[in-house]
Write a protein that binds this ligand. Structure first.
Ligand code: 5GP
Ligand code: MG
Length: 180
């Protein structure tokens, strides 16, 4: 496993992200929504560094069906809080194809949000399949499969405090283990 961003680098990036969001919104109340499960760790760190009054909620979205390539996107808003008339900030771990944030942003507007912006830890420099781009980005990364700080491979590695690139051999052995 190759470390891409250390714990200290991640924390500095999240602090910078929080400052940009604070500067943009000022003291206005904000509804901050985590796209589960990948944004779990980022979300906990980010919301504690934001200064405005916040309403906090979650939406479940998943597109990686156990592999490292994007599959069918599923969104479950059963646990979503009321966003009508609110300024909404969506928080996700990574912007890859962009389909997840594009879809969930649309959902927020359908539910009557006044405005929707997006914040991500990572922006993958790859071929995006949507027009939208994230509004707040902590780090740009190359097109490699990363784990840690909330990001998983087959539901593992989310707890790593740093961000790492999985080698093809590690991808294979994790897959073999979870089949055992
Ligand atoms: P998008 O809809 O932008 O293609 O995909 C976003 C989702 O795909 C992320 O929330 C994340 O769950 C997953 N994803 C994309 N790239 C990676 C990656 O390099 N590592 C991991 N673990 N998940 C990724
Ligand atoms: Mg995700």
């Amino acid at each position: 496993m190759r470390t891409l961003l250390s714990e200290a680098e991640l924390h500095a990036g999240v602090q910078q992200l929080a400052s940009e969001i604070d500067n943009h919104y000022g003291p206005r109340p904000l509804t901050v929504i985590a796209i589960m499960t990948g944004s779990l760790v980022l979300f906990a760190d980010l919301i504690r560094r934001l200064s405005m009054p916040q309403r906090v909620g979650v939406v479940q979205a998943s597109s990686y069906r156990g592999g490292t390539t994007s599959g069918q996107l599923q969104v479950d808003a059963a646990m979503m809080i009321d966003v009508k008339g609110r300024d909404v900030l969506l928080v996700d771990d990574i912007f890859d194809t962009g389909k997840t944030l594009d879809r969930v942003s649309g959902m927020m507007l359908e539910h009557g949000a006044t405005s929707v912006k997006t914040a991500v830890l990572l922006h993958k420099l790859t071929q995006h399949s949507v027009e939208m781009r994230p509004d707040f980005v902590a780090f740009e990364i190359a097109d490699e499969f990363v784990v840690g700080y909330g990001l998983d491979y087959m539901d593992m590695y989310r707890n790593l405090p740093y961000l790492a690139v999985l080698s093809p051999a590690e991808i294979e052995s994790t897959a073999a283990e979870s089949e055992a």
